[in-house]
Design a protein around this ligand. Structure first.
Ligand code: ADP
Length: 310
């Protein structure tokens, strides 16, 4: 079960990012489905595991497009409600030098309330794992965490975009999964690099904030998994040629949750997540880049063959 954001990304490319008041002719325009919630739901659906999405779309033309896209990835959208007004939109300007500037207008995502969680309680109770992020109001995530705690459903919280979180919320989180810049906020490193030289210390510092387990997503270095019981474990990244790292973290979270559901250990699940994310960075786009189960398994198998013959 994923509770989170559903966005449409409108991407215009031009020779440079326009100055204030300037109008320029662009060179390309593309529309992509996005939003961390929807990306993570598609990651699970593409792996072939049953997944429900709870969220909101607007009453505009983008809304129906976004739901159709989720359906086509196998995501059950019976928990996606329609709010009068705009869907969540990210307006993205990209220059030919690769710079960007982005305005996210949350639209319907800002209207996902604790009541939406309660309205879907029966389905949430049946979930094996709940995945959430921070692109919907934090009160809704706090309420969801209370429900997961009460119903004893593991909660994986991707704290993105990063913001300070209450100890009460963190205590209800089974796995907190920050990337490097988000983790800097939660381990009090003020963005300093020092903590990253020792992920174990960083993970312990973050866990002291309340969450039970932590997965640090370390980009091309891989991931560091620290559960309550064991010492942390570094899961190296799979060596691939990256072309677009958009939504690598979402591919990781969807696959990590799927592997946990299949009974794999946290370390094995992080390896499955790292393999799914590695495939996703070799392909352009967010949701179109999410791999199937067989593709992930094939990458893992090819690496264990290499490790055995090394
Ligand atoms: P986010 O996308 O949330 O910022 P990361 O950049 O840490 O998170 O990426 C998530 C995961 O994707 C990493 O933990 C790693 O396993 C994998 N990954 C990211 N970049 C690469 C890369 N260049 N090569 C291989 N794997 C990668």
């Amino acid at each position: 079960m994923v509770v989170g954001s559903i966005n449409i990304d409108l991407v215009a490319t031009s020779s440079h990012i326009p100055f204030v008041g300037e109008t320029i002719i662009g060179t390309d325009f593309q529309i992509h489905p996005g939003g961390k919630g929807a990306n993570q739901a598609v990651a699970v659906g593409r792996l072939g595991y049953p997944v429900h999405m709870i969220g909101r779309i607007g009453s505009d033309a983008f809304g129906s497009q976004l739901v159709a896209n989720l359906h086509s990835a196998g995501v059950d959208c019976s928990g996606v409600a329609i709010s009068e007004g705009a869907s969540g939109v990210a307006v993205i300007l990209v220059s030919e030098q690769g710079e960007n500037c982005i305005v996210v207008a949350p639209g319907a995502n800002a209207k996902v309330t604790p009541r939406d969680v309660d309205a879907n309680l029966a389905v949430i109770r049946q979930a094996g794992i709940v995945l959430a992020q921070l692109e919907i109001p934090v009160e809704t995530v706090e309420h969801l965490a209370e429900v997961c705690d009460r119903e004893r459903i593991p909660l994986i919280l991707d704290p993105a975009p990063a913001r300070p979180l209450s100890g009460k919320l963190l205590q209800s989180v089974t796995w907190l999964t920050p990337n490097e810049s988000e983790a800097a906020l939660y381990c009090g490193a003020n963005g300093s690099i020092e903590a990253w030289e020792d992920p174990e210390t960083a993970a312990q510092r973050i866990k002291s904030g309340g969450s039970n387990g932590v997965v640090l997503k370390l980009g091309a270095r891989g991931a560091f998994v620290a559960s309550t019981k064991q010492k942390g474990e570094l899961v190296p990244a799979f060596q691939v040629r990256a072309v677009d790292t958009t939504a690598a973290g979402d591919a990781f979270n969807g696959a990590f949750a799927t592997a946990l559901m299949l009974g794999q250990s946290p370390g094995e699940s992080a390896r499955f997540g790292a393999a799914a994310a590695a495939i996703s960075v070799t392909r352009p786009g967010a949701q179109p880049s999410m791999p199937t189960f067989d593709e992930v398994q094939e990458l893992i198998n090819s690496h264990s063959v290499q490790a055995k013959s090394a």
